[in-house]
Design a protein around this ligand. Structure first.
Ligand code: NAD
Ligand code: DAU
Length: 337
C-alpha cells in the first residue's frame, strides 16, 4: 500500500485533510508527522485513532536526524501543512516562525528530494501576496509582498520550494489559500474565538475599525483543493484557492451575533493589530480551470454548520481552553515512551 507523509495533521486544516483524504483514497496510508505545539491536538483525530491506515509520529520538522528514518521506507509523497500559523503570535515572537516555517520546510525538502518522492505539496497562504486596496484580486503571478513575520516566513518557504523545482527538478507544488473556517479550528483565530466567547456571553475584540476584509472559505473546500493539487497539480506550479466570499470583520461579527442571538453590546473595539493587512481576495480561476476544483460550501451553510459544531463540541473547546487537551497524547502514547 502506498504511503504518504502529512505534516501538521493534528492542527486545524491538517486534521480535516486527513479525514477527507482517507475517505477519498481507500488504498493509501498516512504517516502524520506533528510535534504537538500548542496548536496541535491529537483529539482532533480521535475518531480515527483505530484506523489502521493512519499512524502518528510525534516529531519536529526541524529535527533532521529524528525524521530521517521515516523517509527511508518507500514514500509516495509529502503534503506539508505543519507551520506556526497565527499572525498575532508572529508579531510577539518571530523566532518559532522562522524555525518551523523556513528551516522545517528546508529540512523536509532535502529529505523528500533524497527519497525521490513523486510529489511534494506545500500548503501556503494568500498572505504572501500582501494587502490589496479596494479593488483587484491576488492571482498566482501577483508579486510576493508579505507584511507580517508569519507571512514573510511562509513566503520564504514558498521560495525554497520554487528554488528546489528550478535547481533540482524537484516535484514541488505550492497552494495558496484564503482564510479558512470550520470544525477543529483553534480558538485564537477570529471565527472560533468569537463563537466561543459569544456562547459564554463574553465580549469579542474587534481590531481597529473592523473594516479589514478577508475572503472566507470552508475548510473542506480547502482540503479538496489540496487534494486536487496532490492528484493533478503540475510540479513547479502555484494554485490559489479562495471562497469568493469577501466580508469585513464587522460584517462577520454582526453575522455571528445575529446567528447566536447576542446583543451588539458584546462588541469591544480594541487596539489594531500592528501592520494589519487591509484586504485579501483570491482569484482562483487557475485552480478551477486546471485542477477542476471549485469551492462548493456557501458561507451561509458553512457558518451555520460551524456554529453548530462548536455548540455540540463544547467539551472540545473547554479542553482546549483549559489546556487539558495536552494530556491526551500522554494518555494514548505515554506508556510507550
Ligand atoms: P494550525 O496552527 O492549526 O496547525 C499547525 C500544526 O502544525 C499543529 O498541529 C502543530 O502542532 C504543527 N506544527 C507546528 N510546528 C511544528 C513543527 N516544528 N514540527 C511538526 N509539527 C509542527 O494551522 P492551520 O490553520 O491548520 O494551517 C495549516 C497550514 O495551512 C499552515 O501551513 C498555514 O500556513 C496554512 N494556511 C492556513 C490558513 C488558515 O486560514 N488557517 C489559510 C491558508 C493557509
Ligand atoms: O489568509 C490566510 C490566513 O488566514 C492564514 O495564512 C493564517 O494562518 C490564518 O491565521 C489567517 O490569518 P488572519 O490574520 O487573516 O486570521 P485571524 O483569524 O487572526 O484574523 C482575521 C481578521 O480578524 C484579521 O483582520 C484580524 C481580525 N481579528 C482577529 C482576531 C483574532 C480581530 O479583529 N479580532 C481578533 O480577536
Amino acid at each position: 500500500m502506498k504511503r504518504i507523509i502529512v505534516t501538521g495533521g493534528c492542527g486545524f486544516i491538517g486534521s480535516n485533510f486527513i479525514r477527507f483524504f482517507l475517505q477519498q483514497e481507500p488504498n493509501l496510508k498516512i504517516v502524520n508527522v506533528d510535534s504537538l505545539t500548542y496548536a496541535g491536538n491529537l483529539e482532533n483525530l480521535k475518531d480515527l485513532e483505530t484506523n489502521p491506515r493512519l499512524t502518528f509520529a510525534r516529531l519536529d520538522i526541524t529535527q533532521l536526524d529524528a525524521l530521517e528514518p521515516l523517509f527511508r521506507e518507500p514514500l509516495d509523497s509529502v503534503i506539508h501543512f505543519a507551520a506556526e500559523s497565527h499572525v498575532d503570535r508572529s508579531i510577539l515572537d518571530s523566532g518559532p516562525f522562522i524555525r518551523t516555517n523556513v528551516q522545517g520546510t528546508q529540512i523536509l525538502l532535502d529529505l523528500a528530494k533524497k527519497a525521490s518522492v513523486r510529489k511534494f505539496v506545500h500548503v501556503s497562504t494568500d498572505e504572501v501576496y500582501g494587502s490589496l486596496g479596494a479593488s483587484g484580486f491576488f492571482t498566482e503571478t501577483t508579486p510576493l509582498a508579505p507584511n507580517s513575520p508569519y507571512s514573510a516566513s511562509k513566503a520564504a518557504s514558498d521560495m525554497l520550494v520554487r528554488s528546489y523545482f528550478h535547481t533540482f527538478g524537484f516535484p514541488g507544488v505550492i497552494t495558496r489559500c484564503s482564510n479558512n473556517y470550520g470544525p477543529y479550528q483553534f480558538p485564537e483565530k477570529i471565527i472560533p474565538l468569537f463563537i466561543s466567547n459569544l456562547l459564554e456571553d463574553l465580549q469579542v475584540p474587534v481590531y481597529g475599525d473592523g473594516l479589514q476584509i478577508r475572503d472566507w472559505i470552508h475548510v473542506t473546500d480547502h482540503c479538496s483543493g489540496v487534494y486536487a493539487a496532490w492528484k493533478s497539480g503540475i510540479a513547479g506550479e502555484v494554485y490559489n484557492f479562495g471562497g469568493r466570499c469577501e466580508l469585513t470583520n464587522m460584517e462577520l461579527t454582526t453575522t455571528l451575533l445575529r446567528l447566536l442571538d447576542k446583543p451588539k453590546s458584546l462588541i469591544k473595539y480594541v487596539q489594531d493589530r500592528l501592520g494589519h493587512d487591509r484586504r485579501y481576495a483570491i482569484d482562483c480561476a487557475k485552480a478551477e480551470t486546471e485542477l477542476g476544483w471549485k469551492p462548493i460550501v456557501s458561507f451561509e451553510t458553512g457558518i451555520a454548520d460551524t456554529i453548530r459544531w462548536y455548540q455540540e463540541n463544547w467539551e472540545w473547546v473547554s479542553r482546549v481552553r483549559s489546556g487539558a487537551y495536552r494530556e491526551y497524547y500522554q494518555q494514548q502514547y505515554g506508556s510507550r515512551l
